[in-house]
Design a protein around this ligand. Structure first.
Ligand code: SF4
Length: 80
């Protein structure tokens, strides 16, 4: 599957020119699940995430986000 992911979160480590996400894999989940799970839980552990339906886009988020200035946040080395 050839996917293109566009994102406007410019302070993310994976943000690329033209609003393109450069991460190989991302994990999107609900806001409550993202709050509850540690940073070690990400795309590589996607099968361990609980089902997390939401009512609108405002209740979901990218769990792969990591601040540009801190790619090892909480000691977790993110992909790439
Ligand atoms: S990892 Fe998530 S927040 Fe970061 S650029 Fe990609 S889609 Fe956006």
């Amino acid at each position: 599957m050839n996917q293109e992911i566009y994102c406007s979160v410019t302070n993310c480590h994976y943000y690329g020119q033209g609003h393109k996400c450069t991460a190989e894999k991302i994990m999107v989940t609900s806001d409550p699940v993202a709050h509850k799970l540690p940073d070690t839980m990400d795309a590589l552990t996607s099968q361990e995430f609980p089902d997390s339906p939401v009512q609108s886009c405002m209740e979901s988020c990218c769990k792969t986000f990591v601040a540009k200035e801190d790619p090892t946040r909480d000691g977790v080395q993110k992909l790439q």
